[in-house]
Write a protein that binds this ligand. Structure first.
Ligand code: 26Y
Length: 821
């Protein structure tokens, strides 16, 4: 197998000519942004041939194909990753150098593709990278949002949301595929017609529809000529506004259809783990699912006559419940368009669909009101009703007389469609995303479903791609690793274990710590440029970056900073290793307590960073607009990885793995994949604290605990909490942080006092933090522990995760693409 041979002179010429054609400029006159565009088109030129060759091979092999359906793909930037994967990074860097440009600066011109919120969306992006690198036929199916995840600006300590107009300058890598456009219908009513053979036909009438047009984006495998496709759907009005419809009197309908198309793909909902029940969101879900399922079925039918064989060639993986209308949509196509019986259609559907659960948080569960669901999707609703009727019948047969089971398991209940129940009933596989999470699903959250169909349930512990989060994000460490052990880790991460041999070697320890220092310098410069704050690269970089959510407990972290600061104020000579507490997080726009937590972090930062008396021993930094591109730099620079969710609440976490891969030590609870991280690296190389998930669950069953006892008995904690309401961090408005104070101490109408056990875990957390301080003083030990973390990260590659999905759920065959043919 030969792969792409980079030709520097040709490449320079192509970039120069692209600049000319696109911008009417010479290369010397071009701005970095223009050069980025020119380079992107030149790279696309290379990719295109591999892309075509890959799909030819898939056709030839008639390969079974995965459709990974997800409302979110948090891709980050494409250029840097693509040129690594076609193995042309060094060549392109040199070529640009000779043209007078710095590759880093050019890469920095690209906007992030922020078509996702957080973990679930980034997981989808890592999976696509691994699928292409392993050579599996796969499509990502999603939405081409006009506006992605909002850009976060911090003004006066508050989060401001700015629209993310990511397509403003166009996207050089995308290809519009008009030839695959399909129609998607909403609303109206269903008329039933009986034919001469006594068969019912269901005809949707008086509906509105939109034209779904796919844009394909290339997903480049590492050094194997494989280029897969992410198809994201745009919506257009089906028939453009014309006088004819005006004359016919359905002017109104024409306008409405036009608006529907415009609205549907307008914006990504910025809610992470919180269901809001918005009508437009259900429209988005059906829009991209109907389009994707139609495209998959059409593609299958172009080559095969027997629709019964669909599950042999097609598998749909549903990324959480958001794509669950795929189940009734496939049923609709099989029943109404293919004319199959219910039994045949159900058999095919339940052999094609599989479901991944990403959360146990009750507020994240999607439950659509029947009124809304049936009005928007009348035919789909009929099908869901029938699925439910048969499912309930099965429950009653399995558990005669146990109506409690029906109440807890029915798909339609209490005037709502429960999407998780529909996903489970319609799937042959249900998986959690870390061992602990899957166990909690089986024993608690989905217990009844597990007992009825235990064979469906399985675990697939999440993973991340080392190509982006080490090879691209941390070039220094990546080269060092390759120097020591060779480059097999790039496509086979467990090889990185060989680094353990060097963990005790003092020279290696020094080299490692020096690389960490360089990365800290790079981040310090970024922080200076973006936040205007000076941080000391010799201090411990203690980092918590992730979406802002109460269960993730950024509040616990900042309360501890306040506590440390109090200690320093009491005893300015206190012996501590200087520490930089770094935060990065977006809060959902309507999530008040989360936004207030951001304000608190910034207020505490203001006070502490400007207090000369503590001699810079503590700095607090809130990095604005945390996103994939700056995340790569942040992971590379971290010493301590804060993974402090209330045990049982974080399904897996994937940031924890990115930190580990970059040699940060985990300071965390026994939650999600932290459990498995500690299992791999050993408890001695992590700082584990706090309640276990069993303890948390036991307290929850008893209705919580009384944080007042802690408030009354622990003077340090009391002092910190009082500072929330005495103006210590908000002199002009003592009431500013009252809601945070209340959330910790008072039972509110919406929640128990301190729902997430911040105060209960506080002392254990402070103890663990003290151990971090002590441990860092022993530089050799720290270096060894950090190297051991890198060495033991092999399990957490998404290549392993994908291989397990393939072996146990998807059953795909690998394809090789040879460019010599
Ligand atoms: C219902 C809707 C508003 C909604 C939107 C986004 C619900 C949930 C989400 C996002 C969930 C999510 O990102 N979950 C995370 O998935 C990661 C990948 O499996 C896990 O690592 C992480 O623990 C989990 O919180």
């Amino acid at each position: 197998m030969s792969s792409y041979q980079f030709n520097k002179e040709e490449f320079k010429q192509e970039v120069t000519s692209n600049v000319k054609n696109l911008f009417r400029r010479t290369i010397a006159e071009a701005t970095p942004k223009q050069v980025f565009q020119a380079v992107a088109y030149a790279v696309k030129d290379v990719l295109i041939d591999e892309w075509i060759a890959t799909h030819k091979e898939y056709e030839k092999e008639d390969a079974k194909t995965l459709y990974y359906m997800s409302m979110e793909f948090l891709m980050g930037r494409a250029l840097g990753n693509d040129i690594i994967n076609i193995k042309a990074r060094d060549g392109i860097r040199e070529a640009l150098d000779e043209l007078g440009f710095d590759l880093n600066v050019i890469e920095d011109q690209e906007r992030d593709y922020a078509l996702g919120n957080g973990g679930l969306g980034r997981l989808a992006a890592c999976f696509l990278d691994s699928l292409a690198t392993l050579g599996y036929p796969a499509y990502g199916c999603g939405i081409r949002y006009k506006y992605g995840m909002f850009k976060q600006e911090i003004k006066d300590g508050y989060q401001i949301e700015v629209p993310d107009d990511w397509l403003r300058d166009g996207n050089p890598f995308e290809v519009r595929r008009d030839e695959y456009a399909v129609e998607v219908k909403f609303g109206g009513y269903v008329r039933t017609e009986c034919d001469q053979y006594g068969r019912n036909h269901f005809i949707q009438e008086n509906y509105q529809s939109v034209r779904a047009v796919p844009y394909d984006l290339p997903i480049v495998g590492y050094g194997n000529n494989v280029v897969n496709t992410l198809m994201i759907w745009d919506a257009e009005p089906i028939n453009t506004f014309n006088l004819e419809s005006f004359d016919k009197g359905d002017y109104q309908t024409a306008v409405e259809q036009e608006n529907l198309a415009k609205n549907i793909v307008e914006v990504l909902y910025p809610n992470d783990n919180h269901y809001a029940g918005k009508e437009l969101r259900l429209k988005q879900q059906y829009f991209f699912i109907s389009a994707s399922v139609q495209r998959a079925v059409n593609k299958f039918k172009a080559k095969h006559d027997d629709i019964h064989k669909l599950p042999e060639k097609v598998v749909f993986q549903m990324n959480d419940t958001h794509p669950t209308v795929a189940v009734p949509e496939l049923m609709r196509i099989l029943l109404d368009e293919e004319g199959l019986t219910w039994e045949e259609a159900w058999d095919i559907t339940t052999k094609t669909c599989a479901y991944t659960n990403h959360t146990i948080m009750a507020e994240a569960l999607e439950k659509w009101p029947l009124e809304l669901f049936s009005r928007l999707l009348p035919r789909i609703y009929q099908i869901v009703e029938e699925i439910n009727r048969r499912f309930v019948e099965r429950i009653r047969q399995t558990y005669p007389g146990d109506e409690e089971k029906v109440r807890s398991m029915a798909i339609i209940y209490d005037g709502q469609v429960k999407m998780a129940h529909l996903a489970i009933a319609g799937s042959f596989s249900v998986n959690g995303v870390a061992q602990l999470h899957t166990e909690i699903l089986k024993k608690k959250v989905l217990k009844d479903f597990y007992e009825m169909d235990p064979w469906k349930f399985n675990n697939k512990t999440n993973g991340i791609t080392q190509r982006r989060f080490l090879l691209h994000g941390n070039e220094l460490l990546a080269s060092w690793v390759t120097d020591k052990i060779g480059d097999e880790w790039i496509t086979d991460l467990p090889h990185i274990k060989k680094l353990a041999l060097y963990a005790d070697d003092e020279k290696c320890q020094q080299e490692f710590m020096n690389i960490k220092y360089q990365n800290k310098l790079r981040l310090a410069r970024y922080i200076k440029e973006n936040n205007g704050i000076d941080v000391d690269p010799r201090s411990i970089f203690d980092v918590q970056v992730k979406r802002l959510h109460e269960y993730k407990r950024q509040l616990l972290n900042i309360l501890h900073v306040m506590y440390l600061y109090n200690q320093l104020k009491d005893n300015p000579e206190m012996d501590m290793v200087p520490r930089t507490f770094i935060f990065g997080a977006k809060a959902a726009a309507g999530y008040k307590i989360a936004k207030l937590t951001i304000k608190l972090i910034n207020s505490v930062a203001d006070v502490i960073n400007n207090d000369k008396s503590i001699k810079g021993k503590i700095k607090v930094v809130f990095i604005e607009d945390y996103r994939v591109s700056n995340a790569e730099w942040i992971f590379a620079a971290a010493d301590v990885s804060e993974q402090i969710s209330t045990a049982s609440k974080e399904a897996s976490g994937t940031g924890n793995m990115k930190f580990m891969l970059n040699g940060a030590l985990t300071l965390g609870t026994m939650d999600g994949a932290n459990v498995e991280i500690v299992e791999e690296v050993g408890k001695e190389y992590a700082f584990i604290f706090g309640m276990t998930s069993d303890e948390v669950i036991a307290y929850e069953t008893r209705g919580g605990y009384n944080p007042m006892d802690i408030f009354n008995n622990d003077q340090d904690i009391r002092r910190v909490l009082m500072q929330l309401i005495n103006g210590y961090y908000a002199p002009n408005n003592t009431e500013l942080f009252r809601d945070l104070y209340n959330s910790l101490l008072n039972t509110l109408s919406t929640s128990r006092a301190d729902t997430y056990f911040n105060l209960k875990d506080f002392r254990a957390y402070a103890e663990a933090q003290k151990k971090v301080d002590q441990a860092y003083r022993d530089e050799k030990w720290w270096a060894k522990a950090a190297i051991m973390n890198v060495a033991c990260s092999g399990k957490f590659t998404s290549d392993r995760t994908i291989q397990q999905y393939v072996d146990e759920i998807w059953h795909l065959d690998k394809v090789t693409v040879d460019m010599d043919e």
